[in-house]
Design a protein around this ligand. Sequence first.
Ligand code: GUN
Ligand code: FE
Length: 475
Amino acid sequence: FYGAVINPTSLTAYSAFPRSLLAVGPTGNIEWIIAEVLPHQLQDELVQRGCLSEHLVELKDGEFLIPGFIDTHTHAPQVPNMGTGQQYELLDWLEKVTFPTEAKFSDLEFAQRTYQKVVRQFIDAGTTTCCYYGTLHLEATKVLADIVHSYGQRAFVGKCNMNRESPHYYVEPSTSSSLADTRALITHVRSLPSGPSPQAASNEPLVQPILTPRFAISCTSDLLASLGEIASSDPTLRIQTHISENPQEVKYTKHLFPDANSYTDVYDKHGLLNKHTILAHAVHLEADEVELIRKRGAGISHCPTSNFNLRSGVAPVGVFLDKGIKVGLGTDVSGGFSHSILTAIQHASMASKVLSFHLPSPTVVPSLPASFANRHLPIPTLFYLATMGGASVCGLDAHIGSFAPGKAFDALLVTVKNGTGATSVHLDEEHKEKKLDEWLERFLFCGDDRNIERVYVQGRLVGGCTFTPAKPLNP
Ligand code: GUN
Ligand code: FE
């Protein structure tokens, strides 16, 4: 690839070069990147490095590459509900909107039809890695994993554990069946073929299973303990769950687990809080819970769209970042009404600005805040959360989240010159570096699927608005 490359480098910085040369090898990993190659040097550079010019993708004006987005928390079976039920808060919303829809996935034909559209939507929105909750159904969740796998997205796919405090028509009949189905899903996902790039797969296949106790309320103590045992005997297995999203939920959790010191302690006591745990929301944590999460090395999925929409609150992301806790972004469909990480970025910015209202302006030095708590998050930090932050939450920071030799080429080819809301009007050719800053900010705040021309996962073109699958990608 030859052209503009914008690459996150830390919580407070990204690099932006208008004329980079980036090479992807046969396994889909990045082989090398040259930050700046002048046009008259290009042919020599290609010849010297043994590249065939017919393989070169030259980016046009207004186009740039960024690493793919990482959605650390979403519910595939709730996509049919997006944009409805916004009058409710969490517990009523689950009962009246969410559980009735999820129950429909007992119908495998419905699951197949729906999940095909859902996964296509997430990929074309630029989500190259996605942490999916399925439903409680084993078979439907296998279908979800099969579709994700055949479409070439990188993902964690989990079957919800919920053996109590759920409606009679949507609850697992027993602890033992919940565990048996969980084990069966793990086996199924791990038996999916490693795909076109087996060398690149190593011990991190594109699609992986993930333990998914829905939340503490919906699981008995013996179920949580058994899931904790599975986790401890399987050290690469990730865990995802919800935590401290809504005040009534927190109160009811404490009522159900009177022996636990806190909501976080419920997961900790059951062996479910470790460096592979992804905790969604974390809006109402106490200080000792934040400290426990830090100590265990768990990560937090910040879901601001959902937190606003269900009136859950505003998560103190700056406090987590100051403590060195891993943070990524989640769409939390359909608590959140958008499947796009761009919306999560926009709302993460708004959420941080809401928390900064009490501070005198300006509240932040854009390039390097001394502390993030109660300050608005600058663009490099938002970009980091959507990419590198998500990668660290998923335990994949060595493989994805930014462009570097040896990392997978999970990337978006974006344009801001196609007449959409994100279209850049900056005409000042003198200040090319500044121009890329403007392109990125416009895309993050005004962009949508129409700006994402191509989506690559592990070097393979899998989506984007200019993509048409060569043949139907049925599992
Ligand atoms: N807590 C338990 N289940 C859910 C869910 O489906 N969505 C959200 N936002 N919170 C939950
Ligand atoms: Fe959720």
